[in-house]
Design a protein around this ligand. Sequence first.
Ligand code: SF4
Length: 199
Amino acid sequence: MEQDEGARVLPLRVSDIKQYMYCPRVVYYQYVLPVERKVTHKMEHGQLEHLELDRLEKRRKLVEYGLDEGERRFQVHLHSDRLGLTGILDLLLVTPRGYFPVEFKYSTRDPALNHKYQLTAYAVLVEEQFGRPVRTGFLYMSPGKRIQPVDITENMRIHLRRMMGAIRRMVAEERVPARTRSGARCRDCEYRRFCGDVL
Ligand code: SF4
């Protein structure tokens, strides 16, 4: 990935990518118009579930990822000055067959697109930090303990770079983005009271 021209002025977090795809306004509120957000039941619940997933994963065997040997590293801090991007990855599988990022998700549904792009962002950070190509990552969906492999394609890398550019432009221009088209997302959103055009 080439260096984004905004990388030096606005470092981004991997979670920004996920949130921007969910609703661009969430990222706008965080960077342009910092407001006091309400901690929702959904957020507290999500943090507890993440701890539980972490505990369960420590019992999981590599064979369940289709891998036979290697090391598991939890809560890996990733950082790239060149990309202007940071994040903490749930799990990195370091194996003779390559490096595989794993992100835990608490959901009964299939992985959402924003989760796949979050994983793509971790994949490019792993490549930057360890100098090893990443072709595949995994989403560990719980409950159900499903492991979903995700190919990290060239198109996903290009789209990721475009999104990072769009976020930086939005922040630099202080431009309020359109709200998400999914009204269901607004129902339990911690920023809802700041979105006057949301019913
Ligand atoms: S209330 Fe809806 S439009 Fe506003 S930030 Fe939340 S999800 Fe986005």
